[in-house]
Ligand binder design. Structure first.
Ligand code: SF4
Ligand code: SF4
Length: 113
């Protein structure tokens, strides 16, 4: 997989001292250049998708390998405090959406063995 940037959608998180994606990338691979962000050293990216979830403008996405959707399939995310909606855009133009709760309910009692 590869992270890609939609430069048209990226606002550079204007006004913020640090862009959302810059802040969250564990490898420090996303860096603002002027008013847009760039991926530096993409070979070090381990496809964790944290940046994809963090962007409020869906300017970041993963390009999926061919077996996972065909050539050019893209995975976008729209995250909130309670869930992440993953949006798979297939080369045919079809979209599939999957909603995943943001966190496991930590208050759920652990069953005794
Ligand atoms: S979080 Fe999104 S809008 Fe902000 S700099 Fe990164 S890619 Fe651009
Ligand atoms: S997928 Fe993970 S490692 Fe790769 S650029 Fe995004 S946040 Fe960084």
């Amino acid at each position: 997989m590869t992270v890609a940037i939609d430069i048209e959608k990226c606002t550079g998180c204007s006004g913020a001292r640090e862009a959302q994606c810059e802040r969250i990338c564990p490898g420090g691979l996303l860096v603002r250049e002027g008013v847009k962000v760039q991926l530096r050293g993409g070979g070090a990216c381990w496809d964790c998708a944290a940046c994809v979830k963090s962007c409020p403008h869906q300017a970041l996405y993963l390009i999926l390998p061919w077996p996972l959707g065909g050539r050019g399939a893209r995975l976008y995310a729209r995250a909130s405090a309670t869930e992440t909606e993953w949006i798979l855009r297939l080369p045919s133009g079809r979209e599939e959406r999957y909603v995943i709760p943001a966190r496991i309910n930590q208050k759920k009692p652990v069953p005794e063995i």
